[in-house]
Each structure stands twice: as C-alpha cells, then as structure tokens.
Design a protein around this ligand. Structure first.
Ligand code: DAT
Ligand code: MG
Length: 155
C-alpha cells in the first residue's frame, strides 16, 4: 500500500546541527521525499497540531519549544510509509527508544526528541494538509537510472 506521511524535524535538531543526519536516514531507507518546507510553527498551529495534548501539564513547554526555532516539514512516500517512518523514528521517550532509531541515536529527552511523525494513516491524512498544499508536493521517479543513462548517451 503506497502511503504518504508527515515528518517534522524539530527545533532542537536545528539548534544541534543534526537536521541533515536525520533527513539522511529517510533517504537511505529508500523513502521518497515528495515535500520539504522550512517553517516556524505559530502558537495557533501548535495548538492545532498538538490538540490531543492541550490539557497535559507539559503542553505550555511543548508549545514554547516547538515555536522557538525553525522546523523542517517533510512528506515521505513509500509502501507502508506511515509504519516504516514511525519505526525509524522510535518511541516518544528518546531514552527508551531503541539504538538505531532516530530518537534512540540523537536524543536523551521526551520533550526534545528531535522529530515528529504521523502515528497512523488516519493521522497522516489529517496532518499532511495542515502543512502542505497539493501543489507543494512533487512526483518524480526514484532511482530511475535507465532514463538518466539514456540522457547521457545523447551527448
Ligand atoms: P509522538 O511524538 O511520539 O507521537 P505524542 O504525540 O504522544 O508522541 O506527543 C507529542 C510530543 O509531545 C512528543 O513528541 C513530545 C511531547 N511529549 C509527549 N509526552 C510528553 C511528556 N510526558 N513530557 C514532555 N513532553 C512530552
Ligand atoms: Mg504523536
């Protein structure tokens, strides 16, 4: 099943200079990046994105953190992309996240856990249009070496 899922590389990753290292994990896995946008989250967008957490005691800190520095929003596409991306990301508390996952390898925190990813297909369908218009998504062939070589031979 081909799916699209939302990934957000969080402010702590910008502040620590690990954005490229995190992005590389998804490229190396073979997911297709079909959307990419640097933005700053507004308090309004934070309240919408984290509506399920508004009543938690940590919400004010979460909003302050998420609006503190830029984010990189990504759309990754692939077979079972939602589940694959969550597996690569690791569990919420980065100290409990398995080594080899992004959170397991790059963070020691629950709040500042470097990355967001949609947690289900239903969530992805709600989250994607929150950050990307249809015309901001790209379609292109992945690993299409035949067509690249065909162009070379015309030289
Ligand atoms: P996830 O980001 O793994 O989907 P979530 O949706 O439950 O987790 O929570 C969203 C973010 O809120 C999470 O990435 C970090 C923050 N958060 C969650 N639980 C927290 C806690 N107990 N203390 C501090 N921050 C927390
Ligand atoms: Mg979540």
């Amino acid at each position: 099943m081909m799916e699209k899922t939302l990934i957000i590389i969080k402010p702590d990753a910008f502040q620590r200079g690990i954005v490229g290292s995190i992005l590389a994990r998804f490229e190396h896995k073979g997911l297709k990046i079909v959307g990419m946008k640097m933005l700053k989250m507004s308090p309004e967008l934070a309240k919408e994105h984290y509506a399920h957490l508004l009543d938690k005691p940590f919400y004010p800190g979460l909003e302050k953190f998420m609006t503190s520095a830029p984010l990189l929003a990504l759309v990754a596409e692939g077979q079972e992309a939602v589940e694959v991306v969550r597996k690569i990301v690791g569990v919420t508390n980065a100290r409990k996240a398995e080594a080899g996952t992004i959170r397991g390898d790059f963070s020691m925190s629950t709040g500042r856990n470097a990355i967001h990813a949609s947690d289900s297909r239903e969530t992805a369908e709600k989250e994607l249009p929150r950050f990307f218009k249809p015309e901001e998504l790209f379609d292109y062939p992945l690993n299409n070496w035949e067509s690249i070589y065909a162009e070379d031979e015309k030289e």
